[in-house]
Design a protein around this ligand. Structure first.
Ligand code: HSE
Length: 337
């Protein structure tokens, strides 16, 4: 499969590392041979119609901060040109999230679909701004569109809901969907330190959004609730439909009192037909949502199965590549591979 990667930060590099490390496995298990023919980052692009040398590409990006220094690489804003001109089957759109306009990811995804390429993305921006439009464009263009990595990182929230639980009516989804705030709340509760002291640590762990207020104020969780409402519950929801309260007003004292009462404070996102909400909630210790540190957790309430919960790492390049590669193999299978 011929692949273009747009956005070569932690996630793009994480995928390439997985392609290198798991090449034999992909070939043996799925007959899948991923060939990365073009990569674009903020500064430029590297292209090789015969397939880029991935170890060399990674080395170039790590030592020069851009793939433009790869032999024959080009400088300039080239992502749209690559998407339109390079012969490829699939585009990974992995640029940073912009929840106001969805750009540049939104245009990248539309152009890829318009030029007949399948799309896999982790980018919440385009999904929050234009889920319905992208979903119907993919159908109209006859291309596959996957976005598992946009919610839950490595935790297969969307795949579980859309595939394995599809015989159920999903009555409610509740989740701890933001690793940064969960890390902050866990540390506050364990050590009694105020959140301002921990925010920087969360940034250093590579968890927090570029603008960490998106995490703290619950907006990142609200984006994920919006994506779940659209993709899993089939509601044409906008980010502005989600009632959001972040964790700014949660104090170390509050976390201590909760603990003494056998509870824990979590930033919980809820998606139901009659309610889209994000707010700090008391969760009993031992409940599946009472996960600590950087973990995410989701509980589905279902008409047949009752409650099903999953947990795992909600961020991180290696962990998130699990969802991106799962989507790739799923597309490969759907296409008859
Ligand atoms: N900032 C997000 C988090 C990253 O902390 O969970 C994953 O979407």
């Amino acid at each position: 499969m011929r692949i273009i990667i747009v956005g070569f930060g932690n996630l793009g590099r994480g995928i390439c590392r997985a392609f290198i490390g798991k090449a034999d496995f992909f070939k043996k298990a799925y007959g899948l041979i991923p060939k990365v023919v073009a990569v674009a980052d903020e500064c430029g692009a590297a292209v090789d119609e015969n397939g880029l040398d991935l170890p060399r590409l990674l080395k170039t990006a790590e030592s020069h901060g851009t793939v433009a220094k790869y032999p024959g690489g080009r400088r300039g804003k080239l992502a749209l040109d690559l998407i339109e001109e390079v012969s490829a089957d699939l585009v990974f759109e992995l640029t940073p999230t912009n929840i106001k306009t969805g750009e540049p990811g939104l245009t990248h995804i539309k152009r890829a679909m318009q030029s007949g390429k399948h799309v896999i993305t982790s980018n919440k921006g385009p999904l929050v701004v234009a889920f319905k439009e992208l979903d119907s464009m993919a159908r109209k263009q006859g291309v596959e569109f996957r976005y598992s990595a946009s919610v839950g990182g490595a935790v297969p929230v969307i795949g579980l809901a859309k595939k394995l639980l599809c015989g159920n009516e999903i009555l409610e989804i509740r989740g701890v969907l933001n690793g940064t705030t969960n890390y902050i709340l866990s540390r506050m509760s364990a050590e009694g330190v105020p959140q301002e002291m921990i925010i920087q640590e969360a940034q250093e762990l590579g968890l927090a959004e570029k603008d960490p207020t998106l995490d703290i104020d619950g907006i990142d969780t609200a984006c994920k609730i919006t994506i779940l409402a659209n993709s899993v519950l089939g509601i044409d929801a906008k980010l502005s439909d989600v009632k959001v309260t972040g964790i700014r007003r949660v104090t170390p004292d509050a976390t201590r009192l909760a603990q003494e009462a056998g509870q824990t404070i979590k930033l919980v996102g809820t998606a139901r037909r009659d309610l889209l909400e994000v707010s700090p909630k008391l969760v009993p210790q031992g409940h599946p949502l009472a996960v600590s540190g950087t973990l995410n957790a989701v509980t589905f309430k279902l008409d047949l199965a009752g409650e099903i919960s999953i947990t795992g790492f909600g961020a991180g390049p290696k962990e998130t590549s699990s969802s991106l590669l799962g989507d790739l193999i799923d597309v490969h299978r759907t296409l008859g591979g």
